[in-house]
Structures are given as structure tokens and as C-alpha cells.
Design a protein around this ligand. Sequence first.
Ligand code: ATP
Length: 320
Amino acid sequence: MKRIGILTSGGDSSGMNAAVRAIARSAMNAGLEAYGINYGYKGLVEGNIFKMESHQLDGIIDRGGTILYSARFPEFAEQETQLKGIEQLKKFGIDALVVIGGDGSYHGALKLTKLGFNSIGVPGTIDNDIPGTDFTIGFDTAVNVATEALDRINDTATSHQRVFVVEVMGRGAGDIALWSGIAAGADAIVIPERDYDIKAIADKLTANREHGKDHGLVVVAEGVMSAQDFKEKLDQYGEFDSRAITLGHVQRGGVPTPKDRVLASRFGDYAVRLLLEGKGGLAIGIHDNQLVATDIIDTLENHKHQTDVSLADLNDRLSF
Ligand code: ATP
């Protein structure tokens, strides 16, 4: 093996650059060449591919976003398009591909693997919703950003005796809502993985007021409903001076936390070491702080990300 290709795909997440750096540096350290592919699968099919030089990796470990850019390219679900991608990889003499991205991006890597091109998936998404790993690159940074925002909102909620309903990212997974909600001392956390009762939440906020706590914080995961819709429903069950806020894309950006940088460095280096051992078709992950690699086909087809719903129960016990 001589050349490894690297691409980032889907929603960007802080720490992707640290992963790109780790893959490229580990490859170079082992005497291989690293090839960057711009704009995810779109750039792959278009041949937007370049040889990475070591100096291009300087000063990127602390940068959010991705220097390889990202793109949504639904056409890559078609086999004809995947074959064009493989043609480009062969044209550049690339022997294996490392894909950094979320669930959708993993499916692209899976298809390439099924077509015989050795591909490894590195989990990079703020949502933490990929099977085969306890944590994904960018999740910790997103939780930090969301928690800081919730802390700020708590200040104004307290000063004005208001109830804030805050929507955080997480289309299918409530992980960001759970971690940031617990960290900010939310009165309620609403996630797609668990049933919720808006009237019960309203009753709790009303009871809080009667016991001297006249402000409130409800964190809602994007996948449940919008903050505005939730606020309107909540208002039907109580007299609140309520406000709805959607944190949105601020959760995607920013300087990656040391935890995300270290995780990305471990994942990237591990992916290269596995390829050097002749192993591919894998999904990289971390389980109980140990690096793990699972069959990408089995991981995607037979497993689902398991949100730790016991954290929601924990919050119920601590918020009153
Ligand atoms: P995030 O969830 O963080 O936004 P993601 O990787 O899940 O990240 P998607 O938009 O779902 O984001 O997927 C990224 C890209 O992966 C798509 O634009 C497409 O190019 C490719 N992709 C998605 N699904 C498939 C599939 N079933 N087969 C082949 N390629 C796919």
C-alpha cells in the first residue's frame, strides 16, 4: 500500500481537522502518501484530489470546520456514481480511503467497501449518533457550546423570572440535549428516545414556582419538535412568561475541545495502523476508553446507536 485518501463528508464537526492531521501524519510517518479529497463524495467523483504536504497540516488541530470542506451529495447513493468515485481513486493510485463523517457518510464508505474498495469510517458528527462507538468527534465541543449558551440563558431566565425552551441539535439522537441539559441544570430534557408529557412538565414548572423557583429551563432535542412549537404547547398548560430559542449552527463550529482533538488523533492514527495491517471495511470507535474497530457492514446494517436514556432519569431525579 502506497497512498491513503482522506475525505470529510456530511455535517462538519469540530475536531475533523485533528482527524485529517492524524491520518495524514500517521500515513507519512509510515512512509505512505496522503491524498486529500475536497468536498466529500462530490469532490471524489469530480477528481478534486491533491497530494497533502506535511506543512498543510500545521496549525489545523485547533481549527473548527474542515480544511477538506464538506458537501451533501445524494447522487452518491447510486452505484454508477460510486463506480466513478472508485475510478478516480484508481486514477490517483489511492489504495485505501478513510472517510470522516456521520451515518450517511458511513453508508458511502460501506458501498465502496462492498464494491471492493477498502474504506474505513471515522465517526465525525456532533450528534453522537453512530453505531460502533461511545463517542464521535465533535460531540464534546458541541456539548460545551450548548452548555455555555444554556448557562447564559439561565442568567437572563433568573433575572426576568422566565421559562426558556431551548432547542439543541440532534435529529435522531438526544445526546446533546441530555449532556448539555444535565450540565446546565435543566428542569426538563425532552429527547426522541423517551416518551414525554408536556402537561407534566408544565405542572412541574408551576410547582417549582410555588416552591420559590420562578424561572425554568426546558431543553428540547431538534428531533422532537421545534422550540417554538414546544413553547406554544407548554403555554396551554400554565401561565408562563416563556421564550423559545433555537441554538442552531453555533453548535457546529468553534475551537475543538482537547477531548475532541485527542479522540480525533487516536481515531486517525488507529485507522492508518489498521490499514497498514491490511485491514479495511471497518468502522472505528471507542468503547470504555478502548479503541475498537468493527465490520462496517455489520455495524451499519445490524446495529443502532444507543443513547444512554438513564441520563434522562438522572435529570428527573435531580431537577425539582
Ligand atoms: P451528519 O448526520 O452529521 O450531518 P452524515 O454523514 O450523516 O453527517 P449525510 O448528509 O446523511 O450526513 O451524508 C453525507 C453524504 O454521504 C451524502 O451527501 C452522500 O454523499 C453520502 N451518502 C449518504 N447516504 C448514502 C448512501 N445510502 N449510499 C451512499 N452514499 C451515501
